[in-house]
Write a protein that binds this ligand. Sequence first.
Ligand SMILES: [Zn+2]
Length: 116
Amino acid sequence: MHELPFAKSIFNTVVEKARQNEAERIVRVVIEVGALRDFVPEIVQKYWLYVTRGSMAEGSLLEMKEIPATVRCRDCGTTFPVNMTNIKETCCPKCRCDMGTLVTGRELRILGIEIR
Ligand SMILES: [Zn+2]
């Protein structure tokens, strides 16, 4: 269960930002999460309610945008999506090479905070 520390760390960051901006409340938080982070959105939402309770972010909306995992082929440079359920069998759709570099999928970013 790594969703709780995740929710807590987003919470700490946004509260700090909101305080710097002398906000009274946090209304909405938008985050970007790579598919390889393997977070269960429902669980993150549940913990979000829990960590924000009684704080300036209570009742705020947490919007998670999931970024699919993609890999760039080592041989031909094609970028293609990776199926997380059979990542071991993943190969380039163009040249069948099975070596590549991860392009997206490990994102963990706060895109925006709406404050009041
Ligand atoms: Zn290729």
